[in-house]
Each structure stands twice: as C-alpha cells, then as structure tokens.
Design a protein around this ligand. Structure first.
Ligand code: ACO
Length: 370
C-alpha cells in the first residue's frame, strides 16, 4: 500500500451535482459562466438539490420555505451573546450551526423528506447566524430576517439594519452563485465522510465549516485581504511580492489542486471587483490585485482562484474581512447539503487505509523502566 499525499487525483465518489472537466465547472451540467450571468442564488440552490432549474412556482415555494426558516432559535441567539467579542467568526459559525441541532426535533430523523427539510433550514439560517454574530459582537441587537427578499438582500439587510443598495445585492448574489458548489472540495468531502457514518446533516455541515475555515481552502479569501492590507498601496506591490516569492511564501488566492489553467470563477469576480471599484470611485484594491496577478502569474505560472478577487469585492461592499469565509459558507451550504443528500441516497461508509510508516515490532516497556 502506498499513500497518495493529499489524495491528489483519487476519485473518491460518484456525484451528479457538479463537475470540473477540462477546466470547465458545471452545476448539474450547466456551465458556471451561464449560471453566473443569468441565475439567482435561489435558482442555483434549487438546481443543486433537485437536479433541475425551478419553474416560477417551484422557485416561489422554495423561497417561501427559506423565509419560513430564516429565523434562528432564541436559545442560539442567547448562546451567541455569550461568545467572546473577539471570537473567530468561523469558530462562532461552526458552534452556532452545531447548536441548531439541539433545537430541531427532527435533527436525527433520517427520512429523505426530513433531511431535505433540514437542508432548507440550514440554508435559511446560516446567513441569520453570521449577521447576528456580527451585530452582537459590535454591541448591536440582531436584526430579524425579512420575508420576500433574496438571501443576498436579507444578509446585507440583517448585517447593517438598513435596505441594501441594488448593486450590492446583485454583486453578492452573483458571488453566492459562484461559490455554491465545487465537486469534491475539502469541506464537501468532510461533510460526506461525516454523514457516511449515517450521522446527521447538522454534524455533516458542522464538519464542513471546520474544513472550510482553513487558509488553504475557504479561509484564503480573508488571507488575501490580510495580504492586501499588509502591502498597503499599489506602489508597494512589486517589492512585497518579490520578497514573498523569494521567501517561498504562499501567495493567498493563487493556485488550485484541480485547475492548472485558471479557475473559471475568478474572471467573474475580477469583473465584479473592477465594476464595484469604479462605482465607488476607488480602484486601488482592484489595481493592486491586478498587479499581484501579473507578477504571480508571470513569475510562478500560478493563476488566481475564486478567493483572490472576492477579497476586493467584499471589501468594496463594506463587509468586514473576517466575514468573508462565513459568506463562503452561506453559499457553500447549498452544495454541502446537496452532497449530503446524495451521500445518504447511496451510502457506503468512507473508510480509506493508511500506509503505516511507524516502527515495527516495538516492545511494550513497563512505566517504571521508561
Ligand atoms: N503561492 C506560491 N506557491 C504556490 C502557491 C501559492 N499560492 N500554490 C502552490 N504553490 C506552489 C507550491 O509551493 C508547490 O511548489 P513546490 O513544488 O516547489 O513545493 C507547488 O506550487 C504545488 O503546490 P501544492 O501546495 O503542493 O499544491 P496543492 O494542490 O497541494 O494545493 C492549494 C493547492 C492548497 C490551493 C495551493 O495552491 C495553495 O496553498 N494556495 C494558496 C491558498 C489558497 O488560495 N487556497 C484557496 C484554494 S481555492 C478554494 O479552496 C476555495
């Protein structure tokens, strides 16, 4: 037995949810470029869960369920109030999502209908949790979710307590579409491994949030913003990147395990970053990002991934940088839950082997002789 480090190139599941073939990403066979330009996030959620785009009635039914479930239990709000004000936002989200299970009587009901209903609940409640955490830590009261609006609108509304601008809602909605699913990425795999033991959907999503948090995965979008802040201005980009590359430092937001010729999602976020920068009359973050791309691609051949331009997009929308990865989770929970439902449909325990490289024939030494 020899191990494949990082499971690179290993096909570990069959799935009909999303595909990456020859650098092209599809959700249920539909090119991400088409979806990014034309679909709303709610349509994409439906597509991921039900395998087809919704008609108007189906979409209205889904939206009404999302409205119905958007509020979070009072106990979870009280628990969020006890979190340290400087708690890591992904740790806070992971804890609150885990707690949701305690207040859902159907948490351990494993029927397909109950699991689908819980997927809707999780999708509806994640934005509410993130917004409530953000307000409570700033000494503000949480804002109750509004009915009849999109998830993107509601999240921005619950975050700031006022009606968001159309352009911000549109940009966030498109970002949510772009982040919704991505084949067997690390957090989705974590979710599938967890529910592969026939554990519940809340456990699966809690595992996934833990996996997304790391800077090699979803945490990279926040790390990109940290880098942009450290660089500080356009004129400092060149020397900063030269030093970082000379020190063999990883440049956050670049590289990908699967895409070697570029991440098809990055161009949409780049365009959004440029347009939002123009609209706000401040192009510095966009120009710094373009310069970084020029240098890193030119010198290392590495292309930006989905996280790179999302940092400047979210910052231009006025979102604090430690909410970038929770926003990724607000989107990806649609994909996680689609994969969890798929895993339950045809489950087999996921239990690979390890290539043992430790000592052989070691003897037990009694404690007094050590
Ligand atoms: N900056 C500098 N060098 C890099 C980068 C980078 N961002 N990414 C890869 N490399 C280099 C590595 O140092 C390594 O070089 P070496 O062979 O000389 O040691 C080589 O390219 C291969 O890199 P690995 O880390 O082995 O590639 P892997 O497929 O394991 O990792 C990953 C992919 C984690 C995305 C990596 O490119 C990375 O760390 N990028 C930065 C973090 C990031 O942006 N993560 C988000 C990914 S997208 C997402 O999850 C949503």
């Amino acid at each position: 037995m020899t191990a494949t480090k990082g499971l690179e190139g290993i096909v570990a599941a069959s799935s009909s949810i999303s595909s990456i073939i020859d650098g092209v990403l599809t959700y249920r066979g539909i090119n991400i470029d088409d979806l990014a330009e034309n679909a709303t996030f709610e349509e994409v959620i439906y597509l991921l869960w039900y395998g087809k785009l919704p008609n108007r009635t189906e979409l209205a039914q889904l939206r009404s369920k999302l409205d119905e479930y958007a509020a979070i239990p009072g106990e979870v709000i009280e628990q969020i109030r006890t979190f340290p004000k400087n708690a890591n936002s992904m740790a806070a989200l992971r804890t609150a999502v885990s707690s949701l299970a305690l207040y859902d009587e159907s948490a351990n009901d494993m029927t397909p209908e109950a699991n689908l209903e819980k997927a809707i609940k999780l999708q509806a409640k994640l934005p509410t949790i993130v917004a409530a955490f953000s307000r409570i830590r700033n000494g503000l009261e949480p804002v109750a979710p509004k009915s009849g609006v999109s998830i993107a609108y509601n999240f921005l509304y619950m975050l700031d307590g006022k009606e968001p601008a159309d352009v911000a809602v549109k940009a966030l909605d498109q970002a949510l579409v772009l982040h919704a699913d991505h084949e067997l990425n690390a957090s989705t795999f974590a979710a599938r491994v967890t529910v592969g033991t026939l554990s519940d959907i809340y456990s699966g999503v809690t595992s996934a949030i833990g996996a997304l948090k790391g800077p090699l995965h979803g945490g990279a979008n926040e790390a990109v913003m940290v880098m942009l802040e450290q660089i500080g201005s356009l004129d400092k980009v060149e020397s900063w990147i030269a030093d970082a590359l000379a020190n063999k430092q990883k440049i956050m937001g670049f590289g990908h395990r699967v895409y070697k010729n570029g991440d098809p999602r990055a161009k949409h976020l780049q365009k959004m970053s440029r347009e939002l920068g123009k609209l706000k009359g401040n192009m510095e973050l966009y120009e710094m990002s373009v310069k970084i791309e020029e240098l890193v691609t030119g010198q290392k051949g590495l292309k930006p991934n989905v996280d790179f331009y999302s940092a400047s997009v979210y910052t231009t929308l006025g979102i604090p940088r430690d909410l970038f990865t929770p926003i990724f989770a607000i989107s990806r929970v649609s994909g996680w839950t689609a994969h969890i439902l798929e895993q339950y449909q045809d489950n087999r325990l996921i239990r690979p082997r390890a290539d043992y490289v430790g000592p052989a024939n070691a003897k037990f030494v009694p404690i007094d002789e050590r």
